[in-house]
Design a binder for this molecule. Structure first.
Ligand SMILES: *Cc1c(COP(=O)(O)O)cnc(C)c1O
Length: 752
């Protein structure tokens, strides 16, 4: 944004009040997350559904904003130097400003609306027109009233053409937008389907959209709509340009035809159009389309659910189904919402639709269909969509959420009430994928999550995890992200502590949560006893931080009645008491990991750290194994006597055998030392050992005498061969096996 207003001018404009503050205002903001430097920014405290912008005034102020538009007088009075403009409704205030701004310009303004393809047409048209003009267009796919206002505020003295996407759904809002935007040209993008007449409700919808165009001098639209004005664009238009278009599908074709027709109308010649068109590429739509199993197409739109976006997605499904059956699975949080969507779903005459209120379940059976999966940004719907994925790699990990629930609850039952539980989700949550597990463990009531690196914590936050997160190896270069994403670093040296303090001062943080790592015997990271005094003094004088916990790590927690462990625990108790005695507030202490919880339960202090026990990976009887590694037989082969198998002829079969080829190799984490009979898999509960060397992507196993077929399920890790068994054969520990599962293995979550 590059505005050229003064605060006093805006004060007069928005509230009729004079102000003596003539500071320049260059941009407006309503989202503190997007403010990097608040100088010359006017912050609108908008009232949202989930939060009220007035609550973010302090944060905006901390980021340097001094000018605010509020609806409650006095909202900024406790912030020295802050100025406020008071209006009745801050959104209407922003729209007023947009209206004023629009009236200062008289270049052409193209408004785009329709059911589907608005953003695509906008971006493609901007690409064409941008080759010849200075174009201002809506950022991203903001198309609400707010988005339109922001688009208008992008206009400046250099702009030659404005392109604005409009996606509001009520007549009242549409008319309001028209009066603010005053478009000179209009585009109606694809609407309904080219292959049938409009439904009744679509007619109504169409008239709402058309209200935007009452005053335009020219309107472009797809020819199947048969409107009696404007320019009807057909998929056969522009025969000299279209052969250079790389994308396929009627939907893309119509969208690009519209963009070309409008660009030509504004004076782009054939040569220019031919030059731009090969560069036109698909947009990453929020709606993800992928090939499903059983020849299905999956439309994964699990970002948001509301009436308008459901209509859009159903329209898109209709336009792209190409004769396949159409199904929809709609995620709703409770059954009372169902009737809101039923009429709309019925209107689209689907072959079936389902409301999905359950947790992960994969009981749906579809083939040769287009399946729309639609819901809020909830873990479960996205996971459901994944279960329909075509598994191009037939080897996958199955993660049993029910077992994990049991393991967490069992662990809790060992602890005294009030002892907190930290769940370790480092290293992709021991191979099981931290995004999903973080959310799941949060639901199970973990008090803390633990990760090794800041980047792992950022990933969790980006996936909506709200639980406090302890970062064990926070590197100095990542402290900025600790603040930004509320990640709590462990402090293990004075040098690292000082550099954290510098960052916190810079960011004006107070009481930022930190954890102290103390060394008791591992000889890894941590403060040794002799450094503790200095550390305490350093922390005491820094209001920037507040100590949440003190911890250490056991060296041999799997050994019962270990003297060394007892020494570690005693030392930890002494050091941590020295620290807690020096602070007036509560500080938690923790030293037990999974094995420690089992063997040294009495030393649980105020918190414990559960890692491998979550997955039942350490062989503890009361815990259930939660991870299975599964595959299927790719091919069966008869081997003649004296034939060799695999690379380097390391195995030569003296007799006739049947071998099975399994699509798993060392690139998946199936260690090479398991070749030549040192390891194996289970097929129909029979152990089948490897023959020859393990390849990168395959192994060959002996199935002589078994009655099996190609496609037969294979267990690599599961009830016959536990992670512990597999690790022992691989001459390592379960931790290494779990963290070596390759990323290419599909993770499938089951909860049955
Ligand atoms: C990984 C880790 C844990 C979890 O250990 P498990 O043996 O998997 O329970 C606990 N504390 C620290 C410091 C760790 O690094």
């Amino acid at each position: 944004m590059n505005l050229d207003y003064s605060y006093s001018k805006l004060s007069l404009l928005l509230s009729g009040q004079n102000s003596s503050d003539s500071s320049p205002i260059r941009s407006v903001s309503f989202d503190t997350r997007k403010i990097t430097n608040g100088d010359h920014t006017l912050f609108f405290a908008l009232a949202g559904v989930f939060r009220d912008g007035h609550q973010f005034i302090e944060l905006a102020y901390k980021k340097g904003v001094r000018h605010f538009v509020v609806s409650t007088a006095g909202s900024t009075k406790s912030f020295p130097g802050a100025q406020e403009i008071v209006v009745n409704d801050t959104l209407l205030g922003l729209l007023d400003l947009a209206k004023h701004h629009r009236n200062r310009f008289n270049f052409p303004i193209i408004a785009i609306t329709g059911s589907n393809g608005k953003t695509t047409v906008k971006e493609w048209l901007a690409q064409f027109l941008g080759s010849q003009f200075q174009v201002s267009r809506s950022p991203k796919s903001y198309n609400s009233q707010l988005g339109v206002a922001l688009s208008i505020l992008e206009f400046n003295s250099k702009t030659e053409i404005g392109i604005v996407e409009v996606g509001v759904s009520t007549m009242e809002n549409m008319i309001r937008i028209r009066e603010i935007l005053k478009p000179t040209h209009g585009i109606l993008t694809s609407f309904g389907s080219a292959h049938r007449a409009l439904f009744d409700s679509e007619h109504e919808h169409l008239s709402t959209k058309m209200a935007l165009f009452n005053t335009v001098s020219e309107l472009f639209y797809p020819d199947h709509l048969n409107l009696d004005k404007g320019i009807a664009v057909s998929t056969d238009s522009n025969p000299e340009i279209i052969p250079h278009f790389k994308l396929t599908g009627d939907f893309n074709l119509m969208n690009v035809q519209i963009a070309i027709s409008v660009a030509a109308f504004f004076g782009l010649d054939k040569a220019k159009l031919q030059q731009v068109i090969p560069c036109i590429s698909p947009l990453a739509l929020r709606l993800e389309t992928f090939a499903g199993n059983n020849n299905n197409i999956i439309l994964n739109d699990t970002y948001s659910l509301d009436f308008e976006s459901l209509r859009n997605s159903l329209g898109y499904q209709l336009a792209t189904a190409k004769g396949k059956k159409r199904y929809a699975i709609i995620g709703v949080s409770d059954a009372s919402q169902q009737h809101t969507y039923e009429a709309l779903l019925n209107e689209f005459k689907l072959d079936g639709y389902y409301f999905h209120t359950q947790e992960v379940s994969s009981n749906y059976q579809f083939h040769d269909s287009s399946i729309l999966i639609k819901g809020d940004r909830e873990l479960k719907m996205g996971t459901l969509a994944n279960t329909f994925k075509e598994k191009n790699h037939q080897t996958y990990l199955e993660i049993d959420l029910k077992a994990i629930r049991h393991n967490v609850n069992y662990t809790k039952s060992l602890l005294s009430t009030g002892t907190k539980l930290l769940c370790m989700v480092k290293a992709s949550s021991y191979g099981s994928d931290a995004k999903t597990m973080g959310r799941f463990l949060e639901e199970l009531g973990g008090d803390y999550l633990g990760v090794a690196y800041v980047s792992e914590g950022v990933e969790l936050r980006k996936n909506g995890v709200l639980t406090p997160i302890l970062v064990m190896n926070a590197e100095e270069s990542t402290f900025g992200d600790c603040v930004k994403y509320s990640l709590e670093p462990a402090i293990f040296s004075l040098k690292q502590f000082e550099s954290l303090i510098k960052e916190l001062i810079l960011q004006e943080c107070a009481n930022f949560p930190i954890h102290i790592k103390v060394e008791t015997g591992m000889n890894r990271l941590g403060f040794v006893a002799s450094e503790i005094k200095t550390l305490i003094e350093s922390i005491k004088v820094q209001p920037e931080v507040s100590v949440k916990s003190i911890y250490s790590h056991l060296v041999e927690s799997d050994v019962l009645h270990s003297e060394f462990t007892q020494k570690q625990i005693n030392l930890f108790e002494a050091i941590s008491t020295e620290i807690t005695d020096n602070f007036p507030y509560q500080i938690d202490r923790h030293i037990l990991n999974s094995e420690g919880i089992k063997n040294y339960t009495e030393s649980q202090f105020e918190m414990v750290r559960l890692g491998i026990g979550i997955y039942g990976g350490n062989g503890t009887k009361q815990l259930r194994p939660a991870i299975s590694w599964l595959s299927t037989v790719s091919q069966l082969k008869e081997i003649q006597p004296h034939s060799s198998i695999g690379y380097n002829r390391s195995f030569i079969s003296e007799k006739k055998r049947t071998i099975a080829i399994i699509p798993v190799g060392y690139a998946d984490g199936f260690k090479r030392l398991l070749g030549n009979g040192n390891g194996g898999v289970f097929i129909q509960n029979n152990y089948c050992h490897t023959l020859g060397n393990v390849c990168m992507d395959m192994i060959m196993v002996d199935v002589t005498g078994l009655k099996i077929e190609e496609g037969e399920p294979v267990e690599i890790i599961g009830k016959n061969q536990t992670i512990l068994d597999f690790a022992q054969k691989s001459k390592t520990i379960p931790y290494e096996i779990m963290t070596s599962f390759s990323q290419r293995l599909h993770r499938m979550y089951v909860d049955q």
